[in-house]
Design a protein around this ligand. Structure first.
Ligand SMILES: *[C@@H]1O[C@H](CO)[C@@H](O)[C@H](O)[C@H]1NC(C)=O
Ligand SMILES: *[C@@H]1O[C@H](CO)[C@@H](O)[C@H](O)[C@H]1NC(C)=O
Ligand SMILES: *[C@@H]1O[C@H](CO)[C@@H](O)[C@H](O)[C@H]1NC(C)=O
Ligand SMILES: *[C@@H]1O[C@H](CO)[C@@H](O)[C@H](O)[C@H]1NC(C)=O
Length: 812
């Protein structure tokens, strides 16, 4: 009785204490085709589903597994990706007929290439789904021609093009994780293309070594001579929760040739362990989505190899969230060399082994072992301990973005220190570049790479070329890992905290870091502009010096006209604030709009100069200067009367929402902008090239803005609101508790088969669960946002609403 309800109770309670932060916000955003982040695309009308990518060793050719074709793309040219050759490989009419007769959708019957690996220096090995009857073939990598007749692809490639699989060729042998039957319920990890005394091997399937897995990835670690497989599966050891998904790492030794009698032609070195991506007192992010290997730094031992993975949760309280965890090879190794669980055949319960240890499961070189020892390793394949993430914490959590794929790279910055950079692909089509810092992840930028959601996609990073490829159903997109010249000033370059970039004081440009240039400045860790840019001609000038005032943009208005001054945010992490020389902006007369612009009625007292200041990471700079002046009467006549509102600014109506900086704020600790930053800040055409401007134009579609409700726009402290929010939350949590308890009770009465707290990773949640569990947590996050400067810069999709409709004290 107890465990079930206890578990659901803890799910509810945890949901109420689940982290309220939304995770890091991308500092700037580039929509598809933005001039600051140009992407190169390859697409062709007769090519589709270009989702399996393989990069040649020199990085000049990209092999692509597509629908009914394998392509070789020439990627050596910076400006364009061109098709070098194409190999058509499609099922015959008869195959297609049979496929659709078996009840498959015609659109799923083509040959989707799912395995593409270098076999040797002259050949590529490819496998495709081939009308639900997988085939493999040898392709000459120079001529892109098939050299031998196709092999059977069973156990090497999935039947269903939507089923995930993994494959890797090491020393001419193919190691795969896939399902090996038409229905998709015989998963297998196997080795193919072995020759001589080495035989093809597969999993023994009598004891349930795998439980309905979804294969994610495989990685070869040369020093260990082992292949590691990553997948999620049903965690049978958690028998008190139905269908609890766990993420796993499993290993096999390359030297394995199977047993002599026991485990003949079966792995003798297979072992698996749970990968735990979980923070204290929180539900685990239990479903692995992708994982990438970060080889150790030069000179470091192989044990320091890290695996960075994206995890999501099967529980709806964490739906839409994703987490990144990293695991160290040494931790994986020590879990595999520890104790193992055993299955009690009578009760079907797993427990820690109590019997004597006859052999070491997972140990390489057991092919000569006794039958007794092999029987022992056959039964002991699930490690007792779980692999915990590095530092026992999550590397990064995002409440707003569901990440599906990642690539990881080590980058040496200007200070000669190594930084880990993650490229994370969101389901909504943005590529996030995150640098991992002591204080947490900082998302330098996001670049949109596709618009329509993509069911199958992949990511391939070329560190040598400094580009990343994204393969989707619509084509292949190439994005440089950085475009430093998108930052025009030293402060911009430093605030970006991009380890790929540094400011070159000589050429006065933000440039890519290379070994030859050592005079660059940058501060990835702190983004401290004052220090980093101090050597860079920092000229102090009085803010309201006469010559500066004349530099402001002239805004001519007639009296009693409503004036609106624009101030586009310089980044999503900046805060805007308006000022007038020698005067306060009282809330009686001035309205701070959500997009950062300032609105007021032109009267003799409101004429004059206005400054918009932007503060980011403690650095303040002037973003815009306006001089509001009364029109001379003759020009006023010619003004059409149907436009009573004067809008001023570089761009009309940016649709961003900013936390309002109150004009009464202290001026202490303010820094003067550098000369160079000023140059770019006067609203000239150059400002249109500021990355943050594209942020506004476009980048906002990906963010979920509905969460920031009207609470966001509340200015100043309003404890009444807080009280209401807390009360409502409390009420919600209490009613939720009751609901779930009732629900649990009902479920228990009904049957034990329905999943209690969970659903399979790709399964549908019941809407009730979703509603019940998501509600309070979303609103809790709302309640918090007004206090968080960072969340305050989140940008809104919505049009201006609420208080913006009318102006206070409008004399009309
Ligand atoms: C980099 O940014 C500069 C300045 O915005 C732009 O002109 C250039 O096209 C960009 N290059 C790429 C490859 O995105
Ligand atoms: C690569 O493998 C293919 C297929 O087994 C074989 O025909 C070819 O000769 C091999 N090439 C080299 C360079 O070994
Ligand atoms: C172990 O295997 C090797 C071949 O791998 C064989 O030569 C040797 O005789 C075997 N040793 C025993 C004790 O069976
Ligand atoms: C192939 O691409 C089409 C769109 O071009 C998409 O609808 C379909 O889901 C894709 N199929 C697979 C298996 O990727």
């Amino acid at each position: 009785m107890g465990i079930h309800s206890l578990l659901s109770l803890s799910v509810v309670l945890l949901s109420c204490v689940s982290p309220s932060e939304t995770g890091p916000t991308p500092r700037v955003s580039f929509s598809l085709g933005s001039p600051g982040r140009l992407v190169t695309r390859f697409s062709s009308p007769d090519v589709s589903n270009t989702t399996t990518l393989l990069l040649s060793h020199d990085g000049d050719l990209l092999y692509v597994g597509a629908r009914d074709a394998v392509l070789a793309l020439d990627v050596s040219n910076e400006d364009a990706i061109t098709l070098r050759s194409k190999l058509d490989w499609s099922p015959s009419e008869k195959d297609l007929e049979q496929c659709s007769m078996k009840g498959k959708k015609m659109s799923d019957c083509p040959n989707f290439i799912r395995v593409l690996q270098f076999l040797n220096s002259s050949h590529v090995y490819a496998c495709g789904t081939f009308a639900f009857s997988p085939r493999c073939t040898y392709i000459n990598s120079e001529t892109l021609t098939m050299s031998l007749k196709p092999d059977e692809g069973r156990g090497r490639c999935p039947y269903d093009p939507y089923q995930r699989n993994t494959a890797i060729i090491v020393d001419g042998e193919l190691y795969t994780g896939t399902v090996a039957d038409y229905r998709g319920n015989r998963p297998v990890i196997s080795r193919h293309l072995s020759e001589g005394r080495r035989v093809d091997l597969k999993l023994d399937d009598t004891l349930g070594w795998l439980e309905d897995p979804t294969f994610i990835s495989s990685s070869f670690v040369p020093d260990e001579e082992k292949i590691y497989f990553f997948f999620s599966e049903v965690g049978r050891e958690y028998d008190f929760i139905d269908k609890f998904i766990v993420s796993r790492v499993s290993q096999i030794c390359m030297s394995d040739v199977g047993g002599q009698r026991t485990l003949q032609r079966r792995w003798t070195t297979f072992a698996k362990a749970q990968l735990l991506c979980q923070a204290d007192n929180e539900l685990p992010y239990n479903v692995i989505q992708d994982i990438d290997t970060l080889a150790p730094a030069e000179g470091a031992p192989a044990d320091d190899t890290l695996f960075y993975g994206i995890f999501t949760s099967q529980w709806s309280v964490n739906s839409g969230r994703s987490a990144v965890c990293s695991f160290r090879l040494s931790d994986i190794k020590s879990v595999f060399s520890g104790n193992y669980k055993v299955l009690n055949r009578d009760t079907l319960q797993w427990s820690t082994r109590v019997q004597e240890k006859v052999a070491n499961p997972g140990e390489c070189g057991l092919h000569n072992a006794s039958d007794n020892a092999l029987r022992f390793v056959k039964e002991n394949f699930l490690a007792d301990d779980s692999v915990r993430p590095v530092g026992r914490t999550l590397t990064m959590v995002s409440a707003e973005h569901t990440y599906s794929h990642l690539s990881v790279q080590r980058v040496q910055a200007v200070n000669q220190r190594d930084y880990t950079v993650l490229f994370l692909l969101t389901e909504s089509g943005y590529l996030h570049k995150a640098v991992l810092l002591q204080a947490g992840a900082h998302i330098v930028e996001e670049v949109q790479v596709f618009v329509q959601p993509q069911p199958v996609k992949s990511l391939k990073l070329s560190t040598a070329q400094g580009v990343i490829y994204v393969g989707t159903s619509e084509g292949v997109v190439r994005v440089p890992t950085a475009n430093c010249s998108a930052y025009w000033t030293c402060p911009q370059c430093v605030l970006a905290r991009d380890p790929f970039c540094g400011w070159d004081p000589n050429s006065r440009a933000c440039v890519r870091v290379s070994n030859s240039k050592s005079s660059l400045v940058q501060d990835v860790d702190r983004g401290n502009v004052e220090e980093a840019c101090s050597s860079v001609s920092l000229t102090h000038r009085a803010r309201f010096s006469p010559n500066k005032l004349s530099a402001g943009e002239l805004v001519s208005v007639s009296l009693n006209e409503v004036v609106r001054l624009q101030c586009p945010p310089s980044s999503r992490l900046s805060r805007q604030q308006w000022e007038r020389p020698n005067s306060r902006l009282s809330s009686e007369l001035y309205l701070h709009l959500e997009d950062g612009s300032l609105s007021f009625v032109a009267t003799p007292t409101t004429l004059g100069h206005y400054l918009c200041l932007s503060t980011e990471n403690g650095f303040q700079q002037t973003v815009a200067i306006y001089h509001v002046r009364q029109k001379s009467s003759n020009t006023a006549q010619s003004q059409p009367s149907s436009h009573p509102v004067t809008q001023a600014g570089a761009r009309p109506g940016p649709r961003s929402k900013l936390s309002e900086g109150t004009s009464e704020e202290s001026e202490l600790g303010r820094t003067e902008p550098t000369q160079s930053s000023r140059d770019a800040q006067t609203p000239t055409p150059q400002q249109d090239r500021d990355p943050a401007l594209w942020t506004q134009e476009s980048g906002l579609r990906g963010t979920k803005l509905w969460e920031e409700g009207p609470l966001m726009s509340a200015r100043g402290p309003s404890y009444l609101k807080e009280l209401v929010v807390v009360s409502v939350l409390l009420l919600l949590c209490v009613s939720l508790l009751i609901t779930v308890l009732l629900y649990t009770f009902r479920q228990r009465c009904r049957s034990r088969t329905a999943p209690q707290a969970g659903t399979p990773p790709r399964g549908r949640r019941t809407s009730m669960e979703q509603e019940a569990l998501r509600g309070p947590c979303a609103s809790k996050r709302n309640g918090k946002t007004p206090h968080s400067a960072q969340a305050g810069v989140l940008v809104s999709n919505g049009a201006l609403t609420g208080s913006n409709g009318h102006l206070p004290n409008t004399p009309i």
